[in-house]
Design a protein. Structure first.
Lengths: 441, 441
């Protein structure tokens, strides 16, 4: 039955996940020396990556900020540059062994998961868990007189670019996204100097009368706003990145999203970034086929272990809402994570109010069709602006040992920074405490 | 200690694995209708993939040939086109729960595995298991006054191309490999129309006096021969794909391989193709860095679940040799798999002798420094030639319901086909029985 649903549903394309923080930085020996493990060159002109790093230094940075560090360590640096979703660790820990997976050594030897499906490397268990979750939340249409494929979300994004780019065009198709856009888009689009597609920058400035691909991230990374396409031309192909369209971050609309190509990832829904798994819901069979080709050519499918574990976690997540009697000691996942995000955004807005040097976006209230709650978005990232005369907000915060990602990487002013709202509790508390205490430039 | 070894050792770059069979075909309704799920266009001119398929047909094909099918089903089609290493399933099944991995739901939330290392997404446990295995087998140098990185093997191959290609050259660097070469090389090199590198075909024919990348696969896929570089110029960059350099397939030399860039994969060493995991040993730190960049940009790291499971399997594999007392009921892995390959190649050569219509390559005997045995190679693929007047060996075998991959995809004559020697026992027995019975064109 489930398989039929899938074959009648969208193409479901599964792959490895998008929307990570690529940068992490550090202080060394108490000096204000910034270390970019992966730093973007300033203008993203050719998307080349510059690595200026020292593994030992990076190690210190990471251990200090992410391993439930001592208060001494915390007093040194707080790294909120990348969007590592360690906030979710505690919830899954409290779940005990309910989400534990056991994989015998002789399983998953084969390349093939399910040859009944166009994307033969998709585990049916994972596909079913994804469809069940979308039905529960109501955030995306999964049933239509269409099809069901699969692959995996940085990789998914590339797979979509490959699938929708005209194969024999005289010049590469333009890829645009409205600024501020996810900082990895230009890099991923440009790094192989593909003849199929090229990065063409801010969608607001795209005026050419020619085919284009527009990336619509909603809620948006970095600023958390809900978005629609901005280039309004006939020849556009739209890719909707809905990685953050989950009820802990924003209200779910009464009508499920129903776009041609929709991308999702485990990283930002359940928090399992290490699993590197995403999925796409694709209406057009030919696009799903070409995405599958891409995944086959680039990685010959997707790790079975990841899919199996993600399936388990998504199943239990749905169970916490649908079988509450079995989870007396565990709050339903989206209730828990909604409450945690609400608490964090309150803390953050209080800190900004105390400091008086910063501002945050304001979000309109919306009624969530999933939870029935009416609330303003509480995004995974905070798009913080340095008010007044501070022009380089990232440097300013770095001077206070808070590592963030500058607005310039998102096609915006350096007065902005993106800050992860998803670290472990201790780190977030320390961060808001410190931000609150910054009261003069 | 192990970590220090790694930091002093080669860069170890881990990724998703190379060397799969991309094609599978089928018969439909008893008619000889070939269905390519992923078919290469004949000349690989532009490496575009043509998908002419029907999921239901493909399903039948796969189920019939791979799911321990009934003798009736076997009498229909035998699919040995792709190199799915299901032969290994039985060994790991007999191992019982010794290789079972248990992963709690709260583990591996973070993107990061080990920030002490240049390639922060490498699980130290996996890296240590890889190094231990290479030391046991003696097939590659892992200790040198060098470094240790990590990423994952289709992906690894692309990561290496990205890492060694000059970023600002006026034209793409040429990528060559001696024919017959692995059929995916031209496709993977060309499919994104990269401005960094381009496929330039058979290395024997490369005469240009300009920089180039030569892919050296040894033992070679498809023909199983040991290889060295053939283009002998100054400006060449060599990539050694050693996916099949394991003691079940060929004798291990007394001096471990010590090339600048060496690629390996779990798929063909232990048989865990579904895990999609490979690794690279890289001497040059800058190359390892750029490979890491590639993996970060294309998939933001590698599945933690895959690494954890592969670590467990590699550890137990080494244990079966080093702690034989604990494995009384289980033969050491490489002894078991050597014996199985020896049996299969004897069976295959007997069948070819009976039929009189085919020939196989002959391999010189060599003494294996690992096992002490003196033997001729017994590769994972058979490079079968149709003797006499049969020009299209793949079609000829297809008429006998044996699906193989034509020599044309490997830059060679259609008189050759590549046949997987790694299916389940039942399928291989049925195959040799049928081949043996083909005695007239």
């Amino acid at each position: 039955m489930e398989l039929r649903t899938m074959i009648l549903g969208h193409f479901l394309v599964v792959s490895l996940a998008l929307n990570a923080g690529l940068l992490y930085r550090d202080y060394y020996n108490g000096k204000h020396k910034s270390q970019d493990v992966f730093s973007f060159n300033n203008e993203c002109k050719n998307a080349s990556l510059v690595t200026k790093r020292d593994a030992h230094v990076a190690k210190r940075a990471f251990l200090e900020t992410n391993k439930a560090p001592s208060s001494k360590a915390l007093s040194e640096i707080i790294n909120l540059d990348h969007g590592d979703p360690t906030m979710y660790e505690r919830y899954w820990q409290q779940m005990g062994d309910k989400t534990t997976v056991v994989i015998p050594g002789w399983k998953f030897i084969s390349y093939f998961s399910d040859v009944r499906n166009l994307c033969w490397f998709l585990e049916p268990e994972f596909a079913n868990a994804v469809i069940r979750l979308h039905k529960l939340v109501g955030n995306a249409v999964t049933e239509k007189p269409l099809y069901c494929g699969r692959t995996g979300s940085t990789q998914l994004f590339q797979a979509v670019l490959y699938a929708v780019s005209p194969p024999n065009a005289s010049e590469p198709i333009s890829v645009v996204s409205a600024a501020p856009f996810y900082s990895s888009y230009p890099l991923i689009t440009e790094f192989l100097k593909s003849g199929l597609y090229k990065w063409a920058g801010d969608a607001h400035k795209f005026k050419k009368d020619q085919p284009y691909i527009e990336l619509v991230t909603s809620p948006n990374n970095p600023d958390g706003l809900s978005r629609e396409a901005v280039v309004n031309q006939n020849e556009g192909i739209l890719i909707h990145d809905l990685a953050y369209y989950w009820p802990q971050y924003t209200s779910i609309s009464s009508s499920p999203a129903d776009h041609d190509i929709m991308l999702f990832t485990v990283s930002k829904s359940t928090g399992h970034a290490g699993t590197r798994l995403g999925w796409a819901l694709v209406k057009d069979q030919e696009i799903a086929k070409k995405m599958t080709e891409f995944i086959v050519l680039s990685t010959i499918g997707v790790s079975k272990e990841s899919q199996l574990r993600a399936a388990k976690i998504l199943q239990v997540l749905s169970d916490t809402h649908e079988q509450k009697a079995h989870f007396r000691e565990n709050e339903p996942f989206f209730d828990h994570s909604y409450n945690l995000m609400a608490k964090r955004w309150k803390q953050l807005r209080d800190a900004v109010r105390n400091s008086k040097l910063f501002s945050l976006p304001e979000f309109a209230h919306g009624k969530c069709a999933f939870s029935g709650r009416t609330f303003a978005s509480q995004p995974a990232f905070a798009w913080l602006k340095c008010e007044g005369e501070t022009e380089d907000c990232e440097s300013f915060l770095r001077d206070h040992k808070i590592l963030t990602r500058s607005g310039k990487h998102f096609g915006e002013s350096t007065k902005y920074v993106r800050i992860s709202v998803l670290p472990r509790d201790e780190v977030f508390d320390q961060f808001t405490e410190r931000l609150s205490s910054i009261t003069s430039t």
